[in-house]
Design a protein around this ligand. Sequence first.
Ligand code: UT7
Length: 328
Amino acid sequence: MSLRSVGVLGTGKYVPERVLTNAELEKMVDTNDEWIVSRTGIKERRIAAEHEDTSDLAFRAAEVALAAAGITAEQLDLIVVATVTPDMAFPATACIVQERLGAKNAAAFDLSAACSGFIYGLANASNFIATGMYNYALVIGAECLSRITDYTDRNTCILFGDGAGATVLGPVEAERGFKSFVLGADGTGGELLKVEKGGSSCPTSELAAEAKPNSIYMNGREVFKFAVRIMGSAAEEALLKAGKTKEDIDLLIPHQANTRIIHAALERLNLPEHKCVINLPYYANTSAASIPIALAEAVEQERISQGDTLVLVGFGGGLTWGASVLVW
Ligand code: UT7
């Protein structure tokens, strides 16, 4: 069977209005702006309003992506939402977005691969289009991490933010589109980064008795070491599979977790900083939303031209990782 080339037809992002600064966090936990900026690169993050859920952020980003692609909601065959903060256990956040968009012809499901979720989502959706089963897919990364962040834990609360990014995928000319995907998982590292409670092993009905809510736990040091190793190797593997080299990269779009992790990847790939999107200072780590938000901003800022070779790469809880080479 011959496969079609699949590319990005439109991008969009939405971040909540409320800005939470490092100065505000200084009043909440024992931390300071100097530590946060020097250890992570983060200056501020966005926090969803009380009335905003993950589906609201996803919907707003999707509207922008659809308009940019010139595709109507009814033309969509598939909606994938990558998230670890769905509105509820079910129905899927993707179904809520489908209803709000009026995308009545689209199949819809959520995908859970933590910060790697958006790349997993792209790989999934693009395969449906490559085989000819579907024509147009909406892939969204959306998170309300503030809802699962413990704002008494300085190890984690400085790191996370809320937001959503969306892309519309469709068939493109043979020389353009996704040229490779690398997806990986190592469940032995699951303990390093997790939200343990609220699932079937510790249902919410038992949480009332718990001193701490169902929030993110992270062994930052170990995740850091894994991240530095995997960002470079996943990107290199994706390049190899695509028949390209480091020198071909026009723009790197990495998961935004820590500027030190991003700089380590740049060093390994021999790339100058201007060939990389870094918006971490303003949004912090938005998990599955960070890569699509960065991609949407690169498009907004006209940093990408047709024919450019992009490398998207991320890592996260699971542990998981993913990378892709995309010719624009
Ligand atoms: O999307 C994937 C999710 N996560 C990540 O990518 C995170 C990966 N890890 C990291 O980015 C880094 O490990 C952190 C930013 C989380 C931490 O940086 P670090 O350089 O690894 O610091 P550390 O954990 O080794 O802690 C150094 C010190 C400790 O104090 P002691 O034990 O040396 O006295 C911490 O208690 O810094 C302390 N510390 C803080 N100090 C001020 C930890 N958090 C804070 C804080 N403010 N917010």
